[in-house]
Design a protein around this ligand. Sequence first.
Ligand code: NDP
Length: 257
Amino acid sequence: MAAGGNIQSILVTGGNRGIGLELVKQLVERPNPPEWLFAACRDPEGARAQELKNLASKHPNIVILQLEATDPGSIQTAAKKVEAHLGGSGLNLLINNAGVMPESTLESATPADMLDVYKINLVGPMLITQAFLPLLKKAAQGSSQTGLSCGKAAIINMSTIGGSIGNAPSMSTFQVISYRCSKIALNMLTRCQSLGYKEDGILCTALHPGWVKTELGTAKAELTVDESVRGILKVLSSLSEKHHGIVVNWEGRTVPW
Ligand code: NDP
């Protein structure tokens, strides 16, 4: 299968900038783009969504949805809209990409900081997955593909190597405590989802996109969004049972827990 190919419907959260916007751009420009590409963002009318809106005006298969990861009401409304667009088909691929990384050191982290970041980076993907699960199950049931794959039905949770315990000593200066803790919890959510949804035929994998030049990754990062997303799309097209419930990076290598 070509990178990112043969996936009929995809939803990306945080689709208005950074890695999310680049995913939308590269997916829609493929020779075999998805029939439906749902780009969720929290403020579709805001200045930060302008580039996405420009892109959507040229590609009728892009549907922009309002989705605030901490607001169950907005998630439910987005799920109803997606269901209406799909007209009886399921959703093949859900990419829980939206996330935040505010400053947070061992000394400065407060209960409120920790909970705010958990709400977006962990509770958000959990609620979003719950809301879209019926559509993911429908995609799996309607697919003639055997095994697990993104072309059939999949949940991809955007994680980070910064949430790896095994790798932690080499990243001791990466002092974003709330972020790192939230992402390791997201890894466990991914593992639990993989156990819960295996029988439903839904692939569940966490993905480290590399250190990428975005607002979150900063201009000092190693990779451009173009390089990272090219790698991610290649990896998505190759995911199978052996990647179920683990963390892989943008080059397809397993990230240690
Ligand atoms: P950016 O800061 O560039 O973009 C973050 C996106 O998340 C924006 O679209 C933002 O929307 C959205 N978002 C933030 N909070 C919410 C919320 N409450 N509800 C809905 N959407 C929200 O980040 P990246 O593109 O770099 O990161 C994307 C993902 O990749 C994140 O999960 C991040 O943890 C992960 N990652 C990134 C790395 C990097 O080096 N860049 C490294 C490892 C992991 P808005 O415009 O409205 O703020």
